[in-house]
Design a protein around this ligand. Sequence first.
Ligand code: PGA
Length: 248
Amino acid sequence: MTRKWIVGNWKMNGSLSANQDLLHAIHAGLSTASCQAAVCVPAPYLAQVQQQLLGSALWWGAQDVSAHEQGAFTGEVSAAMLRDFGVRVAIVGHSERRQYHGETDALVATKAQRALAAGITPIVCVGETLAEREAGQTQAVVKRQLAAVIHTNGHCISEIVVAYEPVWAIGTGKTASPEQAQEVHALLRAQLAAATDHPERIPLLYGGSMNAANAASLLAQLDIDGGLIGGASLKAADFLSIVAAASQ
Ligand code: PGA
C-alpha cells in the first residue's frame, strides 16, 4: 500500500452555505496532496457536492447505503441512487449505526455487497466498545465483524476498504495509541490475507479522534494506510493538515 487514504465523515453536520465554504477551502488546499482524499456527506447534499467537486481530485461519498436494491423501503437510499450522484465510497457499519440503528454484522455485510454491486467502494467499519476492550474481547469482536463481510463478499474482498474505529475513541478525544491501533490493524491484515492473495491492496484506515496533532504518528504505523476523520474533517485547516501528514 503506497497511497494513503484520508476520508472525512461529516456525520449529521452541514448546510448548503457551510458545505460550500468547507469544500472550497479543502479543494483550494488539496493541490499538492498525494494521498486519496474523500468526504462522506449527508445524502441530501450529494448533488451539491457533486456539482462543486466535479473534476476535483477529492472524492465524495455517502455515510450509509441501503441493504435493499429498490422498492418499498421508506427513507432508504439505494447504492444505485448514490452512484447516480457520482459517489465513489460509502461508509457501512459505522459504530453509530450499529449502536443507534441496531445494525448487525450480517446487515453490514449485505450493505457492503450492495455498494460493491453498484461500483461503490464500501468503507467497512469495525471496532470494539470500551467494555469489550476491558474484557479482553477486542480481537474477537473485530474478527467477528470482519468475518461476516468476508463471508458475504469473499470473491471481491480486495475491493473493500476497512476502517478500524475503537468505539471508545470516537468523538471522545481519546485516541488509540499508535501501537494499540497497529496491533489491531495487523490482526485485520492477517485475517484478510486468509481471504485474498493481495491483502496489501486493501486500505486499512484508523478512525477515532484522529487529528492534526496525532495523525503523523498513527499513519507511520506499518498497517495503518489512512484515516477516517470525524470532528477534524469539519475544519478545512485540520483536514488539510491530516491530508498533508498522509502525503509524506
Ligand atoms: P471522530 O469520528 O474523528 O470525531 O472521533 C470518527 C468517526 O466516527 O468516523
